[in-house]
Design a protein around this ligand. Structure first.
Ligand SMILES: Cc1ncc(COP(=O)(O)O)c(C=O)c1O
Length: 442
């Protein structure tokens, strides 16, 4: 092997397949599906080791808000690196975690003033479930231990989070290990058809939730939802009215509402948090992914004064004795502060609104493609279902997109664009035109 080959794509692919067990992957699939070895990132582009570039149309699994290697986040991290990369958060505190907690409390829906940190989205879900269960124990209602989630829900893949996840491909094998939970119908807006309005779909799903809570509220701790968009189900969108009804029902029946904004948070649905669009505040709010702009693992659960107060006692066991070694990592918190600074200083939410309008107009020809069903858009998310019988559609599309310099990973037969917010009109056009060309060839 000459020098160039040793540092080229093929060499990295071979070494990776020998040593790395990749996530969410049947490794044998890589016998025919090549891995993309990424050498560096710049703005919305990723570059491989042979010098080709790929437009990151999925924000690297929905985390990368402002493009790769953003100068402002880079600078904040370099500075933090030289002062304090990390210190434990039990018995200690530091400026980035304090400042981030204050800012999140000020920006989140009202009343969520207490921030508990972890690293990944699934850990935030675990924390929210444990907090809710423990809250009811502390309040003298130990029978309230059940959880309710929506059909098609996805809240992560650790055992607790998987228990409230309803995506068979992730859940089925581990089902015997999981907590029993209840799944209620999703208010999936695509079901508004054949004489049923969006309002009908919304009310029917809310009524099903009400029927369940009316009968089982005494044994239910919390309802967990992905507000406005169920991502892993295939960017399944619903009306904000469902959230208002779910909030009212949870209040009426004395059940927590957990909003999992791990994907929808930080501007993805057009407001900083999706709950804003419904004008509701949950009891527990889970955040992660975009929180550090795609730099470092960080997640957070914001809770109300009422939840926090239930744990505040002389008795240690009434406290929330949960931790991870990297809870509140200073570098990650500092990246998150830089992200919030960019939102504020660059007027990102307003700029995205104008951009999204232009992008949606640009997607009209794709939306009208004969294979496209249910084209939908919210904030900085565009999704469509493809009319195809091919069970391997997602894999084939991924490979075809890479050949066109586009990084897109359909969820089953749903193709979606969730680009970094720095993507421009011409780049968005590449996503639309590339997708049309791939569908033409299907
Ligand atoms: C809504 C939602 N919740 C939880 C998670 C889990 O996050 P993580 O993959 O960081 O564990 C995800 C990840 O896609 C998500 O979309």
């Amino acid at each position: 092997m000459n020098g160039a080959d040793r540092h080229g794509n093929d060499a990295w692919r071979a070494r990776s397949l020998a040593a790395v067990w990749h996530p969410c992957t049947q490794m044998k699939a890589h016998e025919t599906l090549p891995l993309l070895p990424v050498a560096r990132g710049e703005g919305p582009w990723l570059y491989d080791f042979d010098g080709r570039r790929y437009l990151d149309g999925v924000s690297s699994w929905w985390v990368n808000l402002f493009g790769h290697a953003h100068p402002r986040i880079n600078a904040a991290l370099v500075e933090q690196l030289q002062t304090l990369p990390h210190a434990l958060l039990a018995g200690c505190t530091h400026a980035p975690v304090v400042e981030l907690s204050e800012r999140l409390a000020a920006l989140a829906p009202p009343g969520l003033g207490h921030a508990f940190y972890a690293s990944d989205g699934a850990s935030a879900t675990e924390i929210a479930l444990k907090m809710s269960f423990h809250y009811w124990q502390n309040r003298g209602q130990p029978d309230k231990r059940g959880f309710v989630s929506l059909a098609g829900s996805y809240h992560g893949e650790t055992l607790g989070a998987l228990s409230v996840t309803d995506v068979p491909v992730f859940r089925a094998t581990y089902d015997p290990l999981l907590l029993r939970n209840v799944v209620v119908p999703s208010p999936d807006a695509r079901r508004a058809a054949g004489g049923r309005s969006l309002h009908d779909v919304t009310v029917e799903a809310a009524n099903a939730l009400e029927d369940h809570l009316e009968e089982h509220h005494a044994t239910t701790a919390a309802v967990i939802v992905e507000p406005l968009v169920q991502g892993a189900a295939g960017m399944v969108m619903h009306d904000a009215e469902y959230l208002r009804r779910a909030r009212a029902l949870c209040t009426l029946y004395g059940v927590h509402l957990i909003a999992d904004e791990i994907m929808t948070g930080f501007g993805r649905t057009g407001t900083l948090f999706a709950c804003e669009r419904a004008g509701i505040a949950p009891d527990l709010l889970c955040l992660s992914k975009g929180i550090t702009g795609g730099y470092l693992p960080l997640s957070c659960v914001l809770s109300t004064d009422d939840v926090y107060a239930a744990f505040y006692a002389d008795d240690a066991s009434r406290g929330f004795l949960h931790s991870h070694s990297y809870t509140g990592n200073a570098l990650a918190c500092r990246a998150a502060l830089a992200v919030l600074g960019i939102f504020e200083d660059d007027g990102v939410i307003a700029a995205n609104r104008a951009k999204a309008e232009r992008f949606t107009a640009r997607a009209a020809a794709l939306a009208a493609h004969p294979r496209v069903r249910h084209f939908r858009h919210l904030g900085m998310i565009w999704a469509l279902d493809v009319d195809t019988d091919r069970p391997d559609f997602a894999r084939r599309f991924f490979a075809a997109a890479l050949e066109r310099g586009l990084l897109l990973r359909p969820v089953d037969r749903t193709v979606y664009f969730m680009p970094p917010y720095v993507v421009g009109d011409d780049e968005f056009a590449l996503l639309c035109d590339g997708t049309r060309a791939i569908l033409d060839a299907e």
